[in-house]
Write a protein that binds this ligand. Structure first.
Ligand code: SF4
Ligand code: SF4
Length: 103
């Protein structure tokens, strides 16, 4: 069972840039993704908001497969800033998992 990590929610927020609270899990983004990344963005955003760090880390390959093309974002009915959110997740993984950008 995945463990909720509240510290993770704080750290992945990118100084408040991560915001998927308007996401209503409609699945439009997933349906339009040219990379056919099933877990992005819809499921991944839910994992982040629930503090399920292990679920996010499990999907590291998918997070970095995203082209940041914004095709999903252009059709999002809730105007979620999907690409920006994905960048926040990448930044978290780079810093906390790959230990990049730290002296
Ligand atoms: S299209 Fe927007 S509202 Fe729908 S699941 Fe994706 S991010 Fe959420
Ligand atoms: S920005 Fe990423 S998740 Fe969205 S459609 Fe493009 S490749 Fe897929």
């Amino acid at each position: 069972m995945a463990i909720v990590n509240t510290e993770f929610i704080k750290n992945i927020s990118c100084s408040g840039k991560f915001n998927a609270s308007a996401c209503m899990s409609c699945g439009t983004c997933t349906a339009l993704c040219p990379m056919e990344i099933n877990t992005l963005p819809r499921l991944m955003f839910r994992h982040v908001m629930l503090g399920l760090e292990s679920k996010v880390i499990e999907n590291t390959e998918n997070v970095f497969s995203c082209l940041l093309c914004k095709m999903c974002e252009e059709s999002c009915p809730s105007n979620v800033h999907i690409a920006e959110n994905i960048k926040c997740i990448r930044q978290y993984i780079n810093q906390e998992i790959f230990k990049l950008g730290r002296s």
